[in-house]
Design a protein around this ligand. Structure first.
Ligand code: SAH
Ligand code: SF4
Length: 381
């Protein structure tokens, strides 16, 4: 799509249609400043606009009162601040909220808000579906339809902040954002990186680097790029301590086996402040990966690394062959890890009455040609 900024002086009949106007949710500060410079505006105007959008929740250029009228008109003619359309909403008995949002091309994605005592976590999607094909994940079972663009990723946060009704400036209802909704964020790196920057930017959502978590199934080359490009928290979906089992659960392991993945994790945390640890996610599947022997193997694998293990009781979905581990097995697994001085927590299952729990997000993938891992080149050039 052509991004056009001219046109404020064009006759109305020649103004770009709403969809051809640039959606500013897709531009991080660097890009927005560059654009402003190009059209002869002071780059710091970009900062002001970002503050209106993200700090005050304003989507109407006409209300941006510290901008000259002429600039507001030019913006109206060539840009938009367009949140996604709401298709459906559900609220769990535990306060978890799920929104089904319409994105371009007749697709839908899911965004989930999980309130807790001292934080509010928003779980956002990065793709429509996912190509990684993890055997225990319902998003994976539907294959990939397409990548979301940066605007579609960022707009989920803006939409949720609005829907939750807090005051953008004084009250931060969303304190954490995790890329744990639909999709593999590092398989959509080009769109995810600017989104992470907007989430962390002081003129954007202003979240600290520890409060924005990218979760990956282990796309090693992009873990290295992320390390170079931005400072943000990382979660790695490990699920098994050895290649035989991980190959079966997380097929990307066949490309980037456990040893390579752990090396990438070491590179990710090397030279960073001592509080920086990676969270290793480990879905608990009854009789598959939850034995005491595997807990000991996992402890050995993570020995000496800045790590925290998050055990996720499996969330079932129709036609899955897996069952959730028994609570005693989860406790015993966590106990073994702790006994080896590895921090381990068990994720409380939230929102399962509205199918909003991890791995249950399916949105609506309208497509006839689902793409899967084997069709997609995942090695960075
Ligand atoms: N694709 C990324 C992020 C989205 S999935 C990743 O895999 O890390 C977010 C988390 O939910 C991952 O740890 C994933 O393994 C986990 N998950 C997927 N399906 C699940 C299920 N059915 N039950 C519990 N956790 C699941
Ligand atoms: Fe994709 Fe993550 Fe699901 Fe695996 S667990 S299929 S990487 S969304």
């Amino acid at each position: 799509m052509a991004e056009r900024w001219e046109g404020a002086n064009a006759p109305v009949s020649r103004l770009p249609s709403p969809v051809s106007r640039v959606n500013l949710f897709g531009m991080d500060r660097e890009r927005l400043r560059a654009r402003f410079a190009e059209i002869g505006e002071k780059p710091w105007r970009a900062d002001q606009i970002m503050q209106w959008i993200y700090r005050r929740g304003v989507d109407d250029f006409g209300a941006m009162s510290n901008l000259a009228k002429d600039l507001r008109m030019r913006l109206e003619a060539s840009c938009r601040v367009a949140p996604p359309e709401l298709l459906g909403e559900q609220k769990s008995v535990d306060g978890t909220r799920k929104w089904v949002l319409k994105v371009g091309g007749g697709q839908a994605i899911e965004t989930v808000f999980i309130p807790d005592k001292e934080r509010g976590t928003l779980c956002i999607s990065s793709q429509v579906g996912c190509a990684m094909d993890c055997s225990f994940c319902s998003t994976g079972q539907q294959g990939l339809n397409r990548n979301l663009d940066t605007a579609e990723i960022v707009a989920q946060v803006w939409f949720a902040a609005k829907a939750l009704g807090g005051n953008f400036q004084t009250e931060r209802v969303i304190s954490n954002v995790v890329f744990m909704g639909m999709g593999e964020p590092l398989a959509n790196y080009g769109a995810v990186l600017p989104a992470v920057k907007i989430l962390q930017d002081d003129f954007g959502f202003g979240l600290s680097k520890r409060r924005v978590t990218v979760s990956t199934s282990g796309l090693v080359p992009f873990m290295d790029r992320l390390r170079q490009d931005v400072d943000t928290a990382l979660a790695v979906s490990l699920h098994a301590p050895d290649d035989a089992l991980r190959d079966e659960l997380v097929p990307i392991n066949r490309k980037y086996p456990v040893a390579e993945l752990m090396d990438a994790c070491r590179r990710y945390t090397a030279g960073r402040d001592h509080k920086m640890h990676i969270v290793y996610e480990y879905v608990m599947l009854d009789g598959v990966n939850d034995s005491p022997a595997l807990a000991r193997d996992l402890a050995r694998l993570l020995n000496g690394m800045p790590a925290k293990v998050n055990l996720i009781p499996f969330n079932p979905f129709p036609e899955t062959r897996y069952r959730r581990s028994k609570p005693e097995a989860i406790d015993a697994f966590a106990g073994i890890l702790r006994g080896k001085n590895i921090l381990a927590t068990t994720r409380r299952t939230r929102g399962d009455d509205i199918d909003a729990a991890c791995g249950q997000l399916v949105g609506k993938v309208h497509n006839k040609q689902k793409r899967r891992l084997s069709d997609i080149p995942v090695r960075a050039a």
